[in-house]
Design a protein around this ligand. Sequence first.
Ligand code: GDP
Length: 362
Amino acid sequence: SLKTAIVGMPNVGKSTLFNALTETQGALAANYPFATIEPNVGIVEVPDARLKVLSDINESAKTVPASLEFVDVAGLVKGASDGEGLGNKFLANIRECDAIVHVVRCFEDENVIHVDGTVDPLRDAEVINLELLFSDLAQVEKRLERVRKDKKADPVEASALEALKEALDLGNPARGVELDEEQELSVKSLGLLTRKKMIYAANVADVDLAEGNAMVEKLRGLAKEEDAGTVIVSAQVEAELCELDDEERADFLESLGVSLENSGLRALVTSAFDLLGLITYYTSGPTETRAWTIRDGWTAPKAAGVIHNDFERGFIRAETFCYDDLVEHGDEAAVKAAGLMRSEGKDYIVKDSDVMLFRFNV
Ligand code: GDP
């Protein structure tokens, strides 16, 4: 499944946030009997209002939401990118992920010591970003050196590396470099950290959760320059929410001027999902209604492959209809009667909220 790394300076609220995120992990992990859950890895449910509606219509015995994996990369500090030691291990952890959530402290609290003495979100963000950038620069330079020596080297790769190096040399993340498809492919294996999609999670005090504060605005400015996203969260609020029941939660959030749907964590997970260019399709019947995660633009056989390799290999066609049509007409039979059930072939591009039934050869 898709992985998101949580990074940030020490003492900014990473673990607090991670623990809140994965509070429901026990229940969810049960749906993933083959996944080895390490202590710093949490499976998080993607909020999805459609799933319950679908499950209710089909009276499914079981409902399985889409999920994202979060990896808590504690310990990434200044100097991680030079030398061999532990720093490299942390960077390797991030390299394996598809996206990055960068937690930045935007709250004042004299009881929580800041490693550099003062709270300064831009300085903090830069410390971490530089570590990622130095690591990328080293990778690109090493590779470029080899490519330049090799007479048979691929000129496409060389051009991609040159473009990346130029940006990194200027201190800009590789994310902003435009590469064509071929170039992209040629440097993919480098797993460049600053080319991964990134969301800043501005960790604020409870009173700032609804509106943010001046520090958040600064961070937003930086994010804009770097093609990154920004989400406001309050790790402390999330930790407190975990202790409450549903009704108390709604009351507590209301007192802070925030709705349950927009509580920081849900927004964070939803943003990560969107940022990764992911969409959801469903399978639904009496035994189970389930959300499946794919990338926007995938064909029906590829989408079927998420369920099982055999579904992709033996793909014949897919019976499909839109979630909205189901809600409008009430049940599947009515959708069919209205002529809205389609039979799609192997070139069909699956759309967000499609309900799919795959026909395949084994
Ligand atoms: P990490 O080192 O980034 O994983 O940071 P922790 O999650 O361990 O948090 C460090 C300290 O800051 C802990 O004492 C937390 O209780 C506290 N903390 C975390 N988030 C917040 C917050 O939003 N507001 C306040 N006031 N304290 C927080």
